[in-house]
Design a protein around this ligand. Structure first.
Ligand SMILES: Nc1ncnc2c1ncn2[C@@H]1O[C@H](COP(=O)(O)OP(=O)(O)OP(=O)(O)O)[C@@H](O)[C@H]1O
Length: 826
């Protein structure tokens, strides 16, 4: 049966037609800057059969499922064939039959609720989306995926970009008998968590978030939109780790789906470690689950499946042969086995431990052609600019463009360059559609991030300029073309400096495939790589996991706060060096977050772990909340500024008149950048009439300031929750331009010194500065208000590398403050 869309064209026909369109689109007059037009690697190399030798969905199972590939509509929802199946579960508190019946009851209640919603206006959209869902490569695997988790507790699922993992797997599992609690689906980034939640809510025909009818919600930093009746909750990895502070056993959930695991952020590695403990029962916390099983699904298009399988397998092997928690994944006894599953369980080839299933979903929605540069480019921004206009001139509408760049600064500059060129290129005579440019980077306020998902106005092509935050998980409706700079900004720990810094680096093949996968989701597409084919071949297969690249203080504090004493032996997919762990422990001791006598987390450490900040910034906040310092509100303002790259616009000769330069100079403070940031925030906040005009007048980024205000509000709320601020403190915090007294200014800097005691440099006779730890040469960054000044000592927020090592975010401090700080009680 083929599904027909509104225009009466079958999806299959439509897809073929679009593929043909793309292939025929090269006009003879094209002067391509690309050679080797070719099919996407992922397509070309797509194996006809499972590429994983241990694929756990047996061929016969596949055949069965293909035979049943009929397009299920709502009324044909798969009825679980396993209703009498009772897989042995650990520490059961209810009889298996009772639990299963209860689950059935829950399920039928849920079905009834949905049936009652037949007249819900959302139902029409739900039905329309069902047709799209049924075309997804993952759709025929629904039953297999459910069955895999009936048998086992861990499923490792690999499937091509756009095959339907993130949106469909949670919905497949939601009706499983064991799924009496919620399903958590983690994402590396806010933008993906929110957009996926919206899509899945639409697909399930319910409103999103807090409404009592809503089955889907999301929880990201500074935005909790979760309702009581939500069955599926999308959240960032960091938020799930935060939830583990109050509920280490994740009792609210029946299943955690860890999506985009290939990104290998520190948070995902920690999460996998905690989940392994819970799913294998090796973690103490598991007792709190009172026998309720936890299922874990780990997914990605480009993850190392074997490594993940070994990781979980190793955990299962650590479970004592006879003990209270040894029954995970045991074969059901023949008398209680569901007939259908008897065959399947034999055919499901499981890993050595017998508790892990793996699965590969073949195919993607639509093809993506990939083009490379014939020569390497020296300037990817310029190449991107050319490419965008070339696409605009040559490629048909509709067809929005998604461009991957390195950071906020490059995005903003390119946006300006495009907007400057538009009047010359898109003239009335050119007949070209309009262009609208939308930026997307982490520091952008959430509403602006979500703006990329809105359709472009008629006869307008959308160009989204993004950092790698758009690299995974998201579907941006309308995008047919991807432009990939091949670069990304990555955090790198510099041992000599004892600090993380951001460096622009080549991406990995895995990232390139993910970027390419943002096209071909609604129609055939093209990916323009701004590098050569041989450059691509030379890329590393995967990025180095963050845990090997950055300062581990946050990670170690995260472990300690969740009750891990022996952090050295915490299960991690990739183990950092012993020195890196020891360095982090020392740093945490220096910040008073660990008790010196036993290395256990201190009360102060617990408070800091609850704040969505690095331990250093958290320590600064705690110091500022001390009544003797009494400067928490101004410190929050400065910390909020550190959440964006820069609040000050780069001043180029042509775009700054003397008046604006003078206006900006009025914000500068002689003590340095911290106080200057504070003055700017307070002046912006106290502007009641036109903040945009104020920002323009002072050469300050209005967009960055909106984001700062957002973070400031959230940090204030969090400090209130943590009882660091009282409601009266907040009520009195009027946004009037305060004059900061000398002593408050000193206190503010002392608090930052408390959080960053190692980030201090002193001048040497030749006029340059050397860090007090490591004795590394460093210069004050030209963007600093203290640039060129010689001072007793400087405190800096971060290091940047260009042609030399610069300290950025610099203020003047006194050396005796350091002694004073250490003498004060924690
Ligand atoms: N917001 C949306 N608008 C339009 N189509 C969408 C949207 N979200 C998902 N889709 C459709 O659903 C398909 C599956 O999306 P999904 O995010 O589940 O895939 P995925 O396998 O998780 O991809 P990836 O590995 O790239 O994250 C997309 O290819 C697209 O066709």
């Amino acid at each position: 049966m083929s599904v027909t869309n509104e225009s009466g064209v079958s999806q299959g026909q439509k897809r073929k037609r679009e593929e043909k369109d793309v292939n025929n689109k090269k006009s003879p007059g094209d002067k391509p800057i690309y050679k080797n037009l070719q099919l996407a690697e992922s397509q070309k190399d797509a194996p006809k059969k499972s590429i994983y030798k241990n694929i756990q969905i047996a061929d016969t199972l596949k055949a069965q499922s293909k035979a049943k590939k009929q397009r299920l509509d709502k009324s044909q929802r798969p009825q679980p064939k396993f209703k009498n199946l009772q897989i042995a579960e650990p520490q059961k508190t209810e009889s298996r039959g009772a639990q299963s019946e209860k689950a059935q009851e829950n399920q039928s209640q849920r079905e009834n609720t949905r049936d009652n919603r037949t007249h819900n206006p959302l139902a029409a959209r739900q039905n329309k989306l069902l047709q799209v869902r049924q075309q997804l490569p993952i759709w025929p695997e629904a039953t297999n995926i459910r069955n895999a988790l009936l048998e086992n507790h861990v499923l490792i699922l690999a499937g091509e970009t756009g095959s339907g993992k993130s949106t469909q797997v949670p919905q497949f599992l939601e009706t499983s008998v064991w799924c009496t609690g919620r399903i958590a689906v983690t994402q590396p980034r806010r933008v993906a968590a929110v957009s996926l939640a919206r899509r899945v809510a639409d697909e399930m025909g319910t409103p999103l978030g807090k409404s009592p009818q809503s089955l889907v919600g999301y929880n990201v930093r500074f935005d909790d939109n979760v309702g009581k009746n939500n069955r599926i909750k999308f959240l960032t990895e960091g938020m799930l780790l935060q939830e583990m502070l109050r509920d280490p056993a994740l009792t609210e959930y029946s299943c955690v789906v860890v999506d985009e695991v290939h990104e290998r952020s520190v948070n995902v590695d920690l999460l996998l470690g905690f989940l392994r403990g819970l799913v294998t029962g090796t973690s103490e916390a598991v007792k709190k689950r009172k026998g309720k099983p936890l299922k874990v699904v780990v997914m990605s298009a480009t993850a190392d499946t074997e490594k993940l399988k070994d990781f979980f397998g190793e955990g299962f092997e650590q479970v004592p042969a006879k003990g209270s928690i040894t029954t995970f994944g045991d074969e059901p006894t023949s008398s209680t086995k569901d007939e259908t599953l008897v065959d399947k369980s034999q055919e499901l080839s499981t890993s050595a431990s017998g508790k892990i299933s793996t699965c590969f979903v073949e195919g993607r929605m639509y093809p993506v052609q990939t083009e490379y540069l014939s020569e390497p480019t020296r300037d990817f921004s310029e190449a991107a600019l050319l490419q965008i206009f070339q696409i605009h001139r040559k490629e048909p509408m509709p067809g929005d463009i998604l461009v991957f760049l390195t950071g906020q600064d490059v995005v903003t500059d390119l946006q300006q360059a495009i907007e400057d060129m538009i009047p010359n290129v898109i003239t009335r005579d050119s007949g070209l559609p309009k262009l609208v440019v939308l930026p997307l980077f982490a520091a952008l306020p959430q509403a602006q991030q979500q703006a990329i998902f809105a359709p472009a106005p008629p006869n307008t092509r959308k160009v989204i300029l993004a950092t790698n935050i758009a690299e995974t998980s998201i579907t941006v409706p309308g995008v047919r073309f991807v432009v990939d700079s091949g670069k990304a900004k990555v955090k790198q720990f510099r041992v000599g400096l004892g600090l993380d810094s951001l460096l622009v680096k080549d991406i990995s093949k895995s990232s390139a495939i993910q970027r390419q996968g943002r096209a071909g989701r609604e129609a055939a597409g093209k990916c323009f790589r701004l590098y050569t084919k041989s450059n691509f071949e030379a890329l590393e297969k995967d990025a180095i996991p963050e845990i090997l690249r950055c300062d581990l203080s946050s990670a170690v504090l995260t472990m300690k706060a969740r009750g891990i004493q022996d952090v050295m032996n915490f299960p991690l997919l990739t183990r950092p060096t012993r020195e890196a762990m020891e360095r982090a422990l020392l740093h945490l001791l220096q910040l008073d977050t660990l008790k010196p006598e036993d290395g256990d987390i201190s009360d102060l450490g617990r408070k800091i772990a609850r704040l969505p900040l690095t331990p250093a910034l958290g320590r600064t906040i705690i110091a500022a909340a001390n009544p003797e310092m009494g400067c928490l509100l101004p410190v929050i303002d400065i910390v909020a500024c550190f959440s964006v790259e820069n609040i000050f616009l780069e001043v180029k000769d042509q775009d700054a008149n003397d008046e604006a330069r003078e206006a900006r100079k009025a914000l500068f403070r002689r003590q340095g950048d911290h106080l200057t940031l504070l003055t700017a925030v307070q002046a912006y906040a106290s502007e009641r009439t036109d903040r945009k005009a104020w920002a323009q007048k002072h050469l300050v980024s209005h967009r960055a300031m909106q984001s700062v205000m957002d973070v400031r509000k959230q940090l204030r709320a969090q400090c209130q929750q943590a009882k660091l601020l009282s409601p009266s403190d907040l009520a009195n915090a009027e946004d009037d331009l305060d004059t900061i007294s000398e002593s408050t200014a000193d206190n503010i800097l002392k608090c930052f010194l408390r959080g960053f005691p190692s980030n201090v440099a002193r001048p040497i006779p030749d006029g340059s500065y050397r860090t007090i730890e490591g004795h590394v040469a460093v210069a004050i960054h030209p963007s600093s208000v203290l640039y060129g000044r010689k001072l007793e000592a400087i405190l800096y927020n971060e290091f940047v590398y260009t042609n030399r090592t610069y300290a950025r975010g610099v203020s003047a401090v006194q050396m005796n403050w350091l002694e004073e700080i250490y003498a004060a009680p924690a």
